[in-house]
Design a protein around this ligand. Structure first.
Ligand SMILES: [Zn+2]
Length: 67
């Protein structure tokens, strides 16, 4: 049984993916709200970039192979 919280923790302490510091409970899994915002910003401006124009050919459906 793991009734004693001082025993083995369920999970190892998380580190902030942004700066590598230890994550805090408030901003989990980040070390602070600031890093959480930074990560969110990365998402919105980086990977998850949404094409500005609706006519973008990205969503064509792979017709390049046909031509
Ligand atoms: Zn951080």
């Amino acid at each position: 049984m793991a009734d004693n919280p001082k025993l083995v923790p369920l999970r190892p302490p998380r580190t902030c993916p942004i700066c590598g510091k230890r994550a805090t409970r408030e901003a989990y899994p980040f070390c602070s709200k600031r890093c959480a915002d930074i990560d969110l910003g990365n998402w919105l401006t980086g990977r998850y970039a949404i094409p500005a124009s609706p006519d973008d050919e990205e969503e064509g459906g792979g017709r390049d192979e046909e031509a």
